[in-house]
Design a protein around this ligand. Structure first.
Ligand code: SF4
Ligand code: SF4
Length: 128
């Protein structure tokens, strides 16, 4: 399960992610992080069996947690399978299949939004 974490401004001095890993023993994979001295946002992947415990602990520490059931959405009526998203996605979510249609492997998405900006037809959106 992927979680979106939003760190409020007053929490930047404490290593909350490290603390959660140590306290839960969860092998957390940080997919993407944009954290500076003022605030931050991160997408993490948590083993299913630790998801509830990890989310609760982050929340206890004042971090906003959102479960990402969906990651990226494609409007099938708009998509013309041009492949622009195939070339820009850093994690290989998109690929041409044997019939030159662009397939989507959503679980690889880290919600960086690069493909959303690159799609000439406006067919892609990060799911909120
Ligand atoms: S860039 Fe947009 S139109 Fe082109 S294949 Fe990807 S989703 Fe479809
Ligand atoms: S938001 Fe788009 S470009 Fe970024 S990882 Fe997800 S599918 Fe790839």
């Amino acid at each position: 399960m992927k979680l979106l974490l939003r760190f409020p401004p007053d929490l930047h001095e404490t290593p909350h992610t490290a603390d959660v890993i140590l306290e839960t023993g969860a092998r957390i994979n940080i997919d993407r992080a944009n954290v500076d001295a003022v605030q931050g946002e991160a997408v993490i992947e948590v083993p299913k069996e630790k998801e509830v415990q990890v989310a609760a602990l982050f929340e206890q520490k004042g971090v906003e947690v959102r479960r990402l059931w969906r990651l990226i959405e494609r409007d099938e009526e708009r998509c013309v399978h041009c492949g622009a998203c195939v070339s820009v996605c850093p994690t290989g979510v998109f690929a041409f299949d044997q019939s030159w249609q662009v397939s989507v492997e959503e679980q690889k998405c880290i919600r960086c939004s690069v493909c959303v900006k690159a799609c000439p037809l406006g067919a892609l959106a990060c799911v909120e």
